[in-house]
Design a protein around this ligand. Structure first.
Ligand code: PRX
Length: 642
């Protein structure tokens, strides 16, 4: 089984083989990696009851594949190239040998602090090399990492630490994002106020800003490293293929964020395989993914995928517009980036800043451009293609999810046909299907349906941490025998997929996922708020914005209403973080509820999109006049804004 696909015909062949004998196909791919103990079993269990296992009797440690395996051939090649937030600050790079040493040293440090295999460690860090090092060091010693995006609030961080029952938190004094300094250690302190599971907090000095250390609990990164002994060797823990590698929290349509669990074996195989093929990386290539390691994109396609493939991965601390909107392109030029991977939100934001910022940079080395996280609109696609890719780079519009672990539907570099706003064809081994709400497959093309995946793949979600029932209910029970993505999609006449967006109560803001329930529960904590309903609304840059309809204890006018809205915003920032701040808050007298008390979100979505008329069947509404009231007010608000 060839690991690297080098033509569209080879893709078609691989896809056919994966269909006729999936076990043979995946065992061929998996043998490309180094196993501590080879597997004899390929696939066991079933999607029907969420019991799928891959390579279950094999043993493998992902870090041996991402680091040790490359030492002989490319020990002196740069593995990690770090670009600081401030362009005049010193950049840092690590060869495979140096990264191996840094990871070994930190792995030993964790062991010296008593961290054991299977313990959970939460990472709440800025985009500095030590974040990647800590991720890999956890994996090395069999600790389960759970990275929490450093933009989440203390409350959100605390919820995740509690759910994971983490033994340790690794953080930094502060982080730098553009002109702003982000407090991290003080947020961790706040999050740990009532915590009983965390024994230690390791703190990396990044800004040397003010930072109080709690005696006995808190230790400096530099100090633990100094006391950790041998830096050249850290015995990798023996990991069963199905042992947990990481937990990453993501939002669902109900309740609190859930911890998506990935495992050493299947994730290694699929992260490596999908990276190699989607980005068509060759030795000597410099690949850059501008995501944050706090999200799945950063896990799979900044850290693990590129390193599994022996590539050079660029990691950037800052933001696209600092010190100016040419920063991304300056970085591409500086490091001679060959593959660049970013989100439509960033593309739209930079497009709005004007072409001159791109035009003044030499982007000759770029060969593949990637897009991820949300649908890319045609205008942004064309701008990316023409201005950044100079009409010569293919765009891989990669559709996938935290739960899928790796890219599922996408072009493969320049091998696949392309169509703006279409993710395209599934990767080899991935078998999507569109179904109607009753679960009947839709075979005809040019039809819209609910996107499911027909057969298991190695990096699929294993469970939601501590709550397997929730995992079953969300992904495996809606359409028994299939994995349900929560997305709606359409296949065109050529069978290319276009992912339209979520069909559940999840909204995608700048490529970040939020459950409406999660935002509502934060809003409802505001004093004076009775109830709220949140829906997504169109947003020029962010793709989707957050529109909140809120019922308060009494009516507010003028400056009082303004104050109330600010209080609601502040509460969301406190409960989740700035990234979830609502774009619009409309204080309403009532919400459109059915007689059984369910909010008719469909109507609210229409109002949020400025469509005040076509509400469809509203006969089940308890009080239809509520809708008229909300519409009048929305019209009034809009006319005032124009
Ligand atoms: O709705 C889809 C959208 O992002 C969701 C997954 O979000 P998350 O788990 O945070 O992972 C984002 C990065 C992989 C999906 O259910 N999505 C992701 N990529 C695309 C997309 N929608 C359209 N096109 C894409 N390329």
């Amino acid at each position: 089984m060839p690991f690297q696909i080098d033509s569209f015909d080879a893709y078609l062949k691989a896809q056919k083989e994966s269909q006729s004998d999936p076990e043979l196909f995946w065992s061929g791919i998996a043998k490309h990696f180094e196993w501590q103990k080879p597997f004899t079993e390929v696939l066991s269990g079933e999607m029907r009851d969420g019991s799928v296992r891959w390579f279950a009797d094999g043993q493998i440690n992902i870090t041996e594949n991402a680091l040790d395996r490359h030492l002989k051939e490319r020990g002196e090649q740069i593995a990690l190239q770090w670009e600081p937030n401030d362009p005049s600050a010193t950049s840092r790079s690590f060869t495979y040998r140096e990264l191996h040493e840094a990871v070994s040293q930190f792995g030993n440090a964790l062991r010296s602090l008593g961290v054991k295999k299977g313990e959970r460690i939460v990472l709440y860090m800025p985009m500095v090399p030590e974040l990647a090092i800590a991720v890999l060091a956890c994996a090395r010693i069999g600790a389960i990492h759970s990275v929490v995006f450093a933009g989440f609030s203390a409350q959100a961080l605390s919820d995740r630490i509690e759910d994971a029952q983490a033994a340790m938190v690794i953080t930094a004094d502060e982080g730098m994002r553009g002109a702003k300094t982000v407090p991290l250690k003080s947020t961790v302190d706040e999050a740990l106020k009532e915590n009983t599971s965390v024994r230690n907090v390791i703190v990396k000095r990044v800004t040397s800003g003010k930072c109080t250390m709690v005696q006995k609990r808190d230790v400096w990164w530099e100090d633990v490293i100094e006391n950790s002994g041998d830096e050249s060797h850290c015995t990798p823990e023996i990991m069963n293929a199905e042992d947990m590698l990481f937990i990453l929290y993501t939002s669902g349509s109900t309740g609190k964020p859930k911890g998506v669990v990935h495992t050493h074996g299947g994730y290694t195989v699929y992260a490596g395989y999908s990276f190699a093929n989607v980005f068509q990386c060759q030795p000597g290539d410099v690949y850059w993914c501008s995501a944050d390691i706090g999200w799945i994109t950063g896990h799979t396609y900044i850290v693990y995928g590129p390193l599994l493939q022996g590539g050079t991965t660029v990691m950037f601390e800052g933001i696209p517009t600092y010190p100016d909107p040419g920063r991304y392109w300056a970085i591409c030029e500086k490091y001679k980036v060959t593959q660049f991977y970013t989100a439509p939100t960033a593309i739209r934001a930079l497009m709005a800043c004007g072409d001159e910022h791109v035009e003044r940079h030499n982007l000759e080395t770029l060969r593949v451009l990637g897009s991820v996280g949300e649908p890319i609109n045609e205008e942004a696609w064309h701008w990316y293609h023409q201005k950044v890719g100079q009409s010569k780079c293919p765009i891989v519009d990669t559709w996938w999810q935290t739960e899928t672990g790796g890219i599922m539907i996408s072009g493969l570099g320049n091998l696949s046909p392309q169509k703006p706003a279409h993710a395209g064809y599934p990767l080899p081994g991935i078998h999507p299907v569109l179904v109607d709400p009753q679960g009947t497959p839709i075979h005809a093309n040019e039809k819209e349906g609910l996107l499911c995946i027909e057969s298991p793949w190695p990096s699929m979600i294993r469970t939601t941490y501590g709550d397997h029932e929730r995992c079953l209910n969300t992904y495996f029970r809606p359409f028994p025998g299939r994995y349900f993505t929560g997305d709606g999609a359409k296949r065109d006449k050529d069978g290319m997929y276009r992912v339209i967006g979520r069909v559940d109560d999840v909204i995608n803001v700048s490529g970040h996922r939020f459950g409406t329930a999660e935002i509502e529960s934060a809003i409802n904590q505001t004093s004076g708020v009775i109830e709220s309903a949140v829906v997504g609304c169109e947003h020029e840059i962010k793709g989707q914005g957050i529109y909140a309809f809120v019922i308060c204890e009494r009516a507010y006018e003028g400056s009082e209403a303004l104050k109330m809205r600010s209080a609601i915003e502040a509460q969301v920032v406190l409960g989740i973080g700035k990234i979830a701040r609502p774009d619009r808050i409309q204080i309403v007298e009532g919400l459109p509820k059915t007689r059984s008390g369910k909010i008719m979100r469909r109507i609210l979505r229409k109002i949020a999109s400025g469509d005040y008329e076509r509400f469809g069947d509203t006969s089940t509404l308890l009080d239809p006049s509520v809708v008229a009231g909300i519409v009048d007010q929305a019209r009034h608000l809009q006319s005032r804004e124009q």
